[in-house]
Design a protein around this ligand. Structure first.
Ligand code: SF4
Length: 216
């Protein structure tokens, strides 16, 4: 792929933005338990952005790169490669690893997700993905809202503001045996088809709720 002047500018602005994120101290509890701030990583501009929940203590918190170095990252990246997805950006709702009192991963609080929302929005604004894949129910809830059912099997795209959102299971859900890995691979193949459909402009508003889009 030929990198345009606009792409180079986006990459430089993204790097600048993310350097500023590294000093963020908005969440008191996360500042105390994180090893580092973990900004998103990948292509700018991107065809697709994957948004998880938070860096894991054995993954991004250790490596500095979201979805790397742990089982969730290994599975997600294997699925992306097997599906032949290109120009991928990977990030999270929050950029710091949340831990409970015993040092285990915990879900981020709603206030922590709200604190980090502008960082996510700023990343996505520069990366400009055609589709934003929400990995897991928590991410879906916060980006698509309560009215839109989390339904990876239905795989309907939902428009939320300027973004087209696409539901998928979080790789940790698959790793713990709650969803078959073969089905996950099929879901990634379907995501690739959805992206191709968007590339052709081959989509339309569908029934079943405001903002829902059908990929043909
Ligand atoms: S989670 Fe986000 S908002 Fe909170 S301290 Fe980390 S970078 Fe800042």
């Amino acid at each position: 792929m030929v990198m345009t002047t606009s792409d180079k500018s986006s990459r430089m602005r993204l790097a600048q933005l993310q350097r500023a994120m590294l000093a963020c101290t908005r969440c008191d509890a996360l500042v105390r338990c994180r090893t580092r701030v973990v900004p998103g990583a990948g292509a700018a501009a991107a065809a697709v952005a994957f948004v998880g929940i938070a860096p894991g203590r054995f993954g991004g918190d250790r490596t500095g790169v979201p979805f790397s170095g742990d089982r969730s990252g290994t599975l997600l990246r294997a699925m992306i490669a097997a599906a032949g997805l290109r120009r991928v950006f990977i990030t999270n709702l929050v950029r710091c690893n949340p831990r409970d009192g015993r040092g285990r991963n915990r879900d981020p609080l709603a206030a922590e997700i709200a604190n980090c929302r502008s960082h996510l929005e700023a990343e996505l604004a520069l990366v400009r993905p055609k589709l934003v894949v929400c990995l897991g129910r928590i991410t879906w809830l916060h980006l698509a809202g309560r009215e839109a059912a989390f339904d990876p099997a239905g795989a309907a795209v939902v428009r939320a503001g300027r973004w087209l959102l696409y539901p998928m299971y979080h790789p940790a859900y698959v790793n713990r045996g709650a969803y078959p890995v073969q089905c996950y691979a099929r879901d990634f193949a379907r995501l690739r088809s959805a992206l191709q459909g968007l590339g052709r402009g081959d989509f339309a508003a569908a029934g079943g709720g405001a903002g829902r889009i059908a990929i043909r």
